[in-house]
Design a binder for this molecule. Structure first.
Ligand code: ATP
Length: 370
């Protein structure tokens, strides 16, 4: 049971029909969105889709051209940045090089004229939160990149904002450290109960850390849902394609049973069978989106699969835990199939140029209108 399923739960952030124009250019287009308390929310989308503009409006660096933005029930349209219970952490961290870790974390508290004892207690608490107690007196150049990232996080959380905005927070870290830090970030978010909104180019990162993800395109939100719902039930080819790897087969649908359809997709090919809870009318164009890991590959014709096609292996990518096969069908379409390499190196028998069968069940894919 997720908090955002609870109708009694109040949204912390509300975008109501928000439009942001820069001159004639529409950066955010009539966007409506609720983000709830304690959520770890991710904004995902290609460069220029408006993610940073959303963050900047929340932080108060930009004002909406039209519409209303609420924080905890209050219209914040004209509240200056320093009077919002919002903080923003930038990729560059912007730590003060001449100040110690301790002083960096204390900086905002001192500026807010909090009492000495209060500041000391809070900084110690923050140091503990990010596990940097031992590094309190070091300067930023005397600690590692990952530690600097944690100092920046501690500093952003010191004043206990209701909302923390994270702009590519792990962008400067290498892959391994980045993955470890993702789990730390999740832990810290959970411990503090602060609402986090993250912008990242790395869709795997968004899927890992976020409780909900909004996929954006050209200033609009195309889908907002949990990572698994976005992956398993994308609402459009755009979202299916943006998140992870996918095969799209376009065809004409016709009903063949309860929530079951056949898809005529290529001349001379057997129609595909697929299920869909969303109805399609006869002759309607449908795009079947199937993830590569839902497609089986075999040397022999499968006996039990409703969808089986013969093709030729174009290439194989061995990824350690997985292998990806590109299989070319007679019509020229290329289908990606992925198998898990459990125990033995899987499908050692299948190699380049081999004729193979690919197969999948009727429920393996999602039928999409567009
Ligand atoms: P990226 O992932 O590259 O950071 P983004 O999704 O964060 O992209 P934004 O920075 O929000 O995108 O920009 C959205 C659009 O608005 C872009 O086309 C950008 O050129 C435009 N834009 C942003 N700020 C301004 C500005 N101050 N003046 C004019 N156009 C702007």
């Amino acid at each position: 049971f997720a908090p955002w399923d609870d109708p009694a739960e109040k949204p912390l952030i509300r975008f109501q029909n928000v439009t942001k124009r820069f001159g004639e250019f529409v950066a955010i287009d009539d966007l409506t969105l609720d983000i709830f308390e304690r959520e770890f929310f991710a904004l995902l989308g290609p460069s220029g889709c408006g993610k940073t503009t959303m963050m900047r409006m929340l932080a108060g660096f930009e004002t909406a051209t039209e519409g209303r933005i609420e924080l905890a029930g209050q219209d914040i349209g004209h509240v200056p940045p320093n009077e919002r219970a919002v903080n923003m952490m930038f990729q560059s961290y912007a730590l003060f090089p001449h100040l110690s870790v301790w002083e960096n974390i204390a900086f905002g508290l001192k500026r807010a004229r909090q009492g000495k004892q209060e500041i000391e207690a809070r900084v110690d608490e923050m140091l503990k939160l990010v596990r940097l107690e031992k590094f309190a007196s070091r300067k930023p150049h005397q600690i590692s990149g990952g530690q600097r990232q944690r100092v920046a996080l501690a500093r952003s959380l010191a004043k206990a904002p209701k909302l923390l905005l994270l702009d590519e927070p792990l962008g400067a870290l290498d892959k391994k450290l980045r993955q470890d830090t993702q789990f730390e970030l999740m832990d810290i978010q959970e411990t503090t109960g602060t609402t986090f909104v993250i912008v990242t180019h790395d869709q795997e990162e968004a899927m890992t850390v976020a409780s909900r993800v909004a996929v954006m395109d050209e200033g609009r939100i195309i889908q907002v849902a949990t990572p698994s719902a976005i992956y398993e039930h994308p609402n459009s080819v755009y979202v299916a394609d943006f998140i992870g790897d996918v095969n799209i087969i376009e065809g004409k649908a016709s009903a063949s049973g309860h929530e079951e359809y056949t898809l005529d997709w290529a001349d001379g090919q057997r129609p595909i069978t697929a299920t869909s809870q969303k109805p399609f009318s006869d002759g309607q164009t449908a795009h079947l989106a199937i993830r590569p890991e839902k497609i089986r590959i075999s040397s022999d014709a499968p006996t039990d699969a409703p969808n089986a096609l013969q093709g030729k292996v174009l290439d194989i990518a061995y990824l350690g835990n997985l292998s990806t096969y590109h299989v070319e069908l007679p019509g020229g379409q290329v289908i990606k199939a992925q198998t898990a390499n459990t125990r033995r190196i899987a499908r050692r028998d299948i190699t380049w140029e081999d004729p193979v069968w690919i197969s999948w069940s009727a429920t393996a894919g999602v039928m999409l209108e567009q």
